[in-house]
Design a protein around this ligand. Structure first.
Ligand code: 3HC
Length: 280
């Protein structure tokens, strides 16, 4: 059992914390907003209640799992084995969080980022121990998606890579090691496809429902690209596209103008209750 800290109690942080707790690790969720931290805890309890209702979890087991999680709004003072940052996709914010995490680390601690596309080595440049920094990239929804990309930075030590892989296996996921590159493997291919769907919608080729239906039935995708963009968060989709566009300097990665307009207008998908669909 590892002592795990998840920094950032948004969609991904909450989902990651729940999966980690479900596999009997001791979890601390840290968010500087006390309101967000308690919302996250409430969402995890709700998910466990659902499992109890489905007969997949007993009441006693649920109580044990819940007692293994705490949500805090101030940085704790004790050391952790694994720390996973899942805050906003902003380099400065991430580097600040990493400096806080470094203060709670030992020489063996894994300092991980769940970034969708930012450079691990750049995040690592903010701390004294860049060899302990790695990407542990989960997919949304973290409770359901089985893949985790393990992204090695230029300085990452091999024992940190190994500990990260063992940790990912311990929570029932499949780790895939990828080199540090914009969008890693999945986002580099998946997100441009979502962006293309937004172009198709913007050009009026078909309605949102029909675009999604076409890709569900015509390509056997579990959900349509516009519904998936709403699930991931349109701000995250835009951020990945902007990173790919900037890093590769290739026009094939230009974000759809409609995507930019929607994000600027606060339409972020499910999390803002409005995207290509309404979630009121
Ligand atoms: N959180 C937690 N659990 C969820 C969930 C959520 N948001 N959405 C669905 N689930 C669970 C349900 O509880 C259900 O579990 P159960 O079988 O134990 O009851 C199971 O998933 C199946 O759910 P549903 O029957 O309601 O719905 P679907 O069968 O349509 O599955 C889906 C929903 C799993 C989201 C499926 O549509 C899917 O796999 N979609 C594609 C998701 C995807 O591609 N994710 C990757 C995005 S890229 C990314 O995240 C990287 C980032 O960096 C941008």
């Amino acid at each position: 059992m590892a002592k795990v800290l998840v920094a950032g109690a948004g969609t991904m942080g909450t989902g990651i914390a729940r999966v980690v707790a479900q596999h009997r690790h001791d979890v601390t969720i840290m968010d500087s907003s006390a309101e967000q931290a308690s919302k996250s805890m409430a969402a995890i309890r709700e998910q466990f209640d659902k499992l109890v209702d489905q007969g997949k979890l007993g009441e006693m087991e649920k109580a044990q799992l819940v007692s293994g999680i705490r949500a805090v709004s101030h940085w704790p003072e004790e050391p952790f084995d694994i720390m996973i940052e899942a805050v906003a996709e902003n380099m400065e914010v991430k580097q600040q969080v990493f400096r806080q995490m470094e203060a709670l680390s030992t020489v063996q601690t894994v300092l991980a980022s769940n970034t969708s596309s930012l450079g691990i080595s750049q995040i690592a440049s903010s701390v004294q121990c860049p060899d302990q920094v790695i990407g542990i990239h989960f997919f949304n929804p973290p409770g359901v998606m089985n893949l985790v990309e393990i992204v090695k930075g230029i300085h990452t030590r091999s024992d940190i890579v190994e500990t990260s892989k063992q940790f990912v296996l311990s929570i029932g996921k499949k780790p895939v090691e990828v080199k540090e590159a914009p969008g890693f493997v999945v986002n580099r291919m998946l997100v441009p496809m979502l962006n293309e769907a937004i172009f198709v919608y913007m050009e009026g080729v078909a309605s949102a429902e029909d675009i999604d239906e076409a890709m569900r039935l015509g390509a056997n995708h579990p959900m349509g690209p516009l519904a998936l963009a709403d699930l991931i968060g349109l701000d995250v989709v835009l951020h990945v596209m902007e990173t790919l566009y900037r890093e590769f300097a290739d026009s094939k990665y230009r974000p759809a103008p409609l995507l930019k307009r929607m994000v600027r207008g606060g339409m972020l998908g499910r999390k803002s209750k409005m995207g290509f669909y309404s979630y009121q």
